[in-house]
Design a protein around this ligand. Structure first.
Ligand code: EPU
Length: 418
């Protein structure tokens, strides 16, 4: 298993090009199931999760080709409707094939994802919505088996805001007979990107980005041609954190700052300076960060996917900060690892209290999930001495060439492959 060795203390300086968004690429790849023919998608990040989605689609009978961040998917010959446990257990987002399969082929068998490191993460709302659209759903030996003739439009209220749930139900509705209204829908930019891609395929969707989305079903969609994925806002935020914590000066190219309003406001409050330049967004870290509180909430609130990285910043800030995690029930796995590096953090329920220390010290630590791993990288970049981060396959699931990008802006970082 690969590990990263980071010798911290260097301010990062230079330019970083932001990659395409993982969490937009995954549903958009799944959405190609909805139309017969060859689809091309651009700015697809080269990540383990993207390759897993490609393998899953290939397993269904699709052609999958990936080169230079361009993906070609040929969905003319889909002849298998099962997402097996072996693939779903490595990536929960596999559940995104459920609704497109039922919408186009009238059937799907998808392994239930099960819990994961950050919480129980049920998919009851995906299933409730699909059932409301007329699908018959059975749970059998750990699998969801869904069948329908043609789905029909329905009014669906989501009790909890769910990103992939909203995406799955949009994909169910685009080929349904009649109109679907999704209420309390997720408003994340990745949901909007999926909707824009589907609209380009011929779908009729309005309201994506608001909490009520209306979808009028059509009989058929056409394949997507050269659709370009939005930049990854969480990768962007993570690089902001690296500049902020090291007192660095980075220019983030190809990013969309408007997708990070809550993060930018919070980091500005903590002392980070932002400047829009012709080349991109310049991010300048202060000599020492100021402690600030944060609470995660669905978009446009402060993202749960930035909580761990923000906490890493707060470990060395001046003062005490309180961070509340409200989206997932167990998303503090990084705390024990940050403490190994000298952070002063206590947890009670979903609330972490962080007393800023003068310095972190390098230590061997373990990556436990994707964003927890990113927080360890952020912390290690400012820590005194050497940090060895084990199990970085988590990081490779969601960050394209992170170590290379960091090295390019002056980080002392080495990947040890074993
Ligand atoms: N929930 C339910 N029932 C459902 C669906 C969700 O109770 O049927 C609950 C979850 O248990 C959770 C909350 O709703 O407490 C929100 O979960 P959501 O469904 O929004 O999460 P997700 O769609 O599974 C996506 C991202 C995550 C990101 C969350 C929240 C993708 C592929 N994944 O997950 O990304 O943290 O939204 O923004 O889009 C990551 O990239 O590291 C990552 C974990």
């Amino acid at each position: 298993m690969d590990k990263l060795v980071i010798r911290g203390g260097k301010p990062l300086k230079g330019e970083v090009r932001i990659s395409g968004a993982k969490n937009a690429a995954l549903p958009i790849m799944a959405s190609t199931i909805l139309a017969h023919g060859e689809h091309t998608i651009e700015r697809v990040p080269h990540l383990r999760d993207v390759m897993t989605m490609g393998r899953l689609l290939a397993n269904l009978g699709a052609g999958f080709h990936f080169e230079d961040n361009k993906t070609i998917l040929d969905c003319s010959k889909i002849n298998n409707f099962e997402a097996p446990y072996d693939l779903v257990k490595t990536m929960r987002a596999s559940v995104l094939v459920l609704c497109p399969l039922v919408a186009r082929f009238g059937r799907a068998k998808v392994s239930l994802p099960g819990g994961c490191a950050i919480g129980a993460r049920p998919i009851n709302l995906h299933l409730m919505g699909l059932e409301k659209m007329g699908a018959k759903i059975q749970l059998e030996s750990g699998y969801v088996i869904a069948k329908a003739n043609r789905l029909k439009g329905a009014s669906i209220y989501l009790d909890t805001i769910t990103v992939t749930g909203t995406e799955n139900l949009i994909m169910a509705a685009v080929l349904a007979k009649g109109t679907t209204i999704l209420e309390n829908a997720a408003r994340e930019p990745e949901v909007v990107d999926l909707a824009n891609c589907l609209i380009a395929m011929g779908a009729k969707i309005s309201g994506a980005g608001d909490s009520v989305i209306e979808i009028e079903g059509v009989d058929e969609l056409k394949p997507i041609n050269n659709y370009r994925i939005i930049p990854d806002r969480i990768e962007t935020g993570t690089f902001m954190a690296t500049a902020g914590i090291t007192g660095g000066d980075l220019v983030l190219k190809d990013c969309k700052p408007e997708h990070l309003d809550a993060v930018i406001m919070k980091l500005k409050d903590a002392g980070v300076v932002f400047k829009e330049t012709k080349k991109g967004l310049r991010v300048i870290g202060p000599e020492r960060l100021t402690a600030r509180d944060a609470k995660t909430i669905p978009y446009p609130g402060f993202p749960t996917d930035m909580q761990a990285q923000f906490m890493a910043m707060m470990t060395v800030a001046n003062g005490t900060s309180v961070i509340k995690e409200t989206v997932f029930e167990n998303r503090f796995m990084h705390v024990a690892e940050l403490k190994r590096m000298g952070a002063d953090i206590s947890i009670e329920g979903g609330t972490a209290t962080i007393k800023g220390v003068e310095k972190l010290k390098g230590a061997p630590v373990m990556a436990t999930d994707l964003r927890a791993s990113a927080s360890l990288v952020v912390a290690a970049l400012c820590a005194e001495g050497e940090t060895v981060i084990h199990r970085i396959y988590h990081l490779d699931r969601g960050y394209e060439k992170m170590d290379e990008k960091l090295r390019h802006v002056g980080a002392d970082i080495e990947r040890i492959t074993s």
